[in-house]
Design a protein around this ligand. Structure first.
Ligand code: UDP
Ligand code: MG
Length: 327
């Protein structure tokens, strides 16, 4: 039997691009239903991440026009990762497989066919991996590549050039639901779920309209979150550095002592200042890294909800039943 698919699409201030990409997603879904690859009850689920423009109105309109569309709204903006998780957790009991994809048309939807094929062959997770970065600026390409390299050097297992375009079966999602962390970095968490997984390759296009929500500051924040939520290597690195500095200091003390004994002490103001600044800098960086982890613990122990759904374009009735709200 063909699997029921829900395509989960996070949207934040996307009124410009949604009217262009929604029909593209719909055509793909209908095509897949027609060739019998997926169940006819398959859906496209938009997750409105507290947009400040007309995104939710557009989503509600689409859901009214066509039963293949549905939408959930978050009570406020919580960021891309939380929006994707909200959609996946909502969908996990309603279907057999989910595919998460951005709403801006950058990711090639034709990879969906191959993802569903891979699922049919037994993979529970199928990663969409970009096979080139030609459409990126040099800066974006450089920062993104450094990001993946840094993550792997810190021991965080991620799939190179894979963002959040992936198929996850509901079986794997039920296990992902047990990962209760508040600091979300799905790219690092999903490989930890395990199960048979594979990758499909696609080329990434330019955004169809609107602007990216990932400026350098947000990319850096995501990188720091990714590392500190999944690896304790930076803390180990600090300990190692501390030991190294202590060793050098010890040698320095002996050297100073011998010089003192031999009566060769020099008036070393500049060298003293250098050492003080160096040690001071290292201490501040170390404190910052430790603080980052303590901040993470602080956020985790509060255990606040990762998403709050304030509206749905349908009423959920235990099983896969999409009833329009107005009825
Ligand atoms: N997004 C979201 N919440 C946010 C920021 C972004 O749901 O706070 C969505 C956005 O609508 C898009 C996806 O996340 O579907 C990726 O964002 P974007 O295209 O701006 O990032 P980029 O592709 O430039 O990395
Ligand atoms: Mg994008």
């Amino acid at each position: 039997m063909a699997p029921k698919l829900i395509i989960v699409i996070p949207c934040y201030n996307e009124e410009k691009v949604l009217p262009i990409t929604a029909p593209v997603f719909l055509n793909k879904l209908v095509d897949l239903i027609n060739i019998g690859k997926i169940d006819e009850e398959s859906k496209i689920m938009f997750v409105n991440d507290g947009s400040k423009d007309c995104t939710w109105e557009i989503i509600s309109g689409l859901a009214k026009e066509d039963d293949h569309f549905c939408g959930i709204e978050q009570s406020r903006n919580r960021g891309h990762q939380n929006a994707v998780l909200a959609g996946l957790m909502e969908a996990k009991d309603l279907c057999d497989i989910t595919i998460s994809i951005d709403c801006d048309g950058q990711d090639d939807i034709n990879a969906i066919d191959e993802m569903v094929d891979e699922y049919a062959k037994g993979s529970e997770i199928v990663y969409g991996v970009r096979n080139n970065r030609d459409t990126d600026t040099f800066f974006k390409r450089f920062t993104a590549q450094s990001f993946y390299k840094l993550l792997s050097s810190m021991g965080v297992e991620t799939i190179y050039n894979h963002a959040d375009y992936r198929l996850i079966s509901s079986r794997a999602l039920k296990e992902l639901a047990k990962f209760e962390e508040v600091n979300l970095f799905l790219r690092g968490m999903v490989p930890l779920v395990g199960f048979k997984s594979t990758a499909v390759y696609y080329s990434r296009n330019e955004r169809m309209a609107g602007e990216s929500h990932y400026p350098l500051s947000k990319m850096l924040a995501l990188a720091i979150d990714g590392i500190t939520s999944l690896s304790i290597k930076p803390i180990r690195f600090i300990t190692g550095l501390g030991l190294l500095v202590a060793l050098f200091s010890f040698i320095g003390i002996i050297w100073a002592f011998i010089n003192q004994m031999l009566g060769q002490t020099v008036s070393g103001w500049s060298s003293t200042i250098c050492v003080v600044c160096f040690i001071g800098g290292i201490q501040l960086i170390s404190l910052g890294v430790l603080g980052e982890y303590i901040g993470k613990i602080y956020l985790e122990v509060k255990h606040r909800p990762r998403y709050i759904i304030s509206e749905r374009t349908y009423l959920k009735d235990g099983e896969m039943k999409f009833v329009k709200k107005e009825i």
